[in-house]
Design a protein around this ligand. Structure first.
Ligand code: F6P
Length: 192
């Protein structure tokens, strides 16, 4: 891509409750981000053409719903599947599956949730996304924290053992400009 714009979805109802995964709606605060995003993107992108890619989950589509650009949904952009832990809090996982909780802490990149995915699995399923991105000009991807960590790590050369621990803030637009000598990054906070 010439420029790649990345954003997490706005705050979701599950984010507020501290629950993993699911397919919840945006919270009121998350909707405020969705309302503000068109202005944020227009100021940053200018009048260049842009295509928006979202996941198939409601929270990314609600976040992108006010954007006046072509939108494409990708199943491959859905959040890391937490399997049997989907819909639980971290405390509940620690109580119900203490060994899994510890194993994940030990090697977060390789740890695969029972009936779900690891970060390595997500990196693998993002392969076609990265391939397609390489053929595109300006793309805005609205997706989920774990998926963004993987895409970000690919462009910024973050090592695999670090990428699952990176904080990707809510309500922030990240711009990546791949260049011959490395990728230039800028971040714009929506202050919401
Ligand atoms: O808490 C938000 C969230 O996107 C969850 O839906 C997801 O399971 C989690 O972050 C991924 O982060 P981690 O891999 O650090 O648990």
């Amino acid at each position: 891509p010439r420029r790649l714009w990345l954003s997490r979805h706005g705050e979701s109802e599950y984010n507020v409750l501290g629950l993993l995964g699911g397919n919840s709606n945006l919270s009121e605060r998350g909707m405020m981000y969705a309302e503000k995003l068109p202005e944020l993107v227009a100021n940053a992108v200018g009048d260049q053409p842009l295509t928006v890619w979202t996941s198939t989950l409601k929270r990314t589509q609600q976040t992108a719903s006010k954007l006046p650009y072509q939108q494409i949904q990708w199943k491959a952009l859905d959040e890391l599947d937490a399997g049997v832990c989907d819909g639980l809090t971290y405390e509940e996982i620690q109580q119900k599956y203490p060994e899994d909780f510890a194993a994940r802490d030990e090697n977060k990149f390789e740890y695969r949730y029972k009936g779900g995915e690891s970060y390595r699995d997500v990196v693998t399923r993002l392969d076609p996304i990265i391939m397609e991105l390489e053929r595109q000009e300006n793309i805005l991807i609205v997706t989920h924290q774990a998926v963004l960590r993987c895409i970000y790590a690919y462009y910024m050369d973050v090592p695999q053992e670090q990428s699952p621990w990176m904080n990707v803030p809510l309500h922030t637009l990240i711009c990546l400009e791949p260049r011959a000598y490395g990728t230039i990054e800028t971040r714009i906070s929506a202050n919401i």
